[in-house]
Structures are given as C-alpha cells and as structure tokens.
Write a protein of this length. Sequence first.
Length: 131
Amino acid sequence: QQSGSAMRSFWTGVLAGILVTAAIVASWMLLSERAAPALVETYLAQSTWPGGPKADRRFTTALQAVAPKGSAVADLLAALAEQGFSVKASAGEAVFHSGGWVCDEQFTVKWQADPHGKLAAVDGSFASACL
C-alpha cells in the first residue's frame, strides 16, 4: 500500500512539474514579443499588410521624412538606435526585429553617406516570417 501511495505522489509531482514548466514557457513566449518603435508603428498603421515593394516604399517615405537627403547621417543613426534598431554603421545598415515567437518581423534601414557625413540615400524594407 505504501508503494501505491508513493507512486501516486511521484506522478502527481511529475504532473505538477510539467504544468509549472508549461506555464513558465507560455508566459515567456507571450511576454517576449517586442513592441515596434514609433517609426515602425507609424509605418504599420499606414499598411493594411506590411510587405512587398509598395509597403517598402511607404517605409522608405517614412524614413525620408525623419532623415531627408542632406541631413547628418549621425542624426539618423542616433534616432534609429534610440528607437531600438541594431545599428551597424560600418555596413550602412540598421535592423529592428519585432513580433514574438510565432512571427518575426524584420525592418531594415540602409543608407549611403556622402564624403561629408551627409545622407545621400536612405531605404527601408520589411520582411516577415511565421511558423
């Protein structure tokens, strides 16, 4: 009889452990979603479904409004970094990942500078991948 009681306690503990682990994993997945910065939110609000050349043009237009041609590249980089983009200045690229565990949305900003550190061109693109 003690053996049956011990076995029941063992399986009860295993089940409780599984449930606690599942709750922790579910909480992590829900809370790990990263909110998009203001620049990206503005872009998303203007798009019925972000993606494709038309949406990329809207994102580029939003970027050009923030950093017009001839403005200081340093100002663009500071604004992107402030909003959570990972800036790779030497590559002329900044990337922001939004979404969560089901879908990953990637916003990419590419720019070119003139010899004086002024913005010669800026371009935005969007990619999405879902499970």
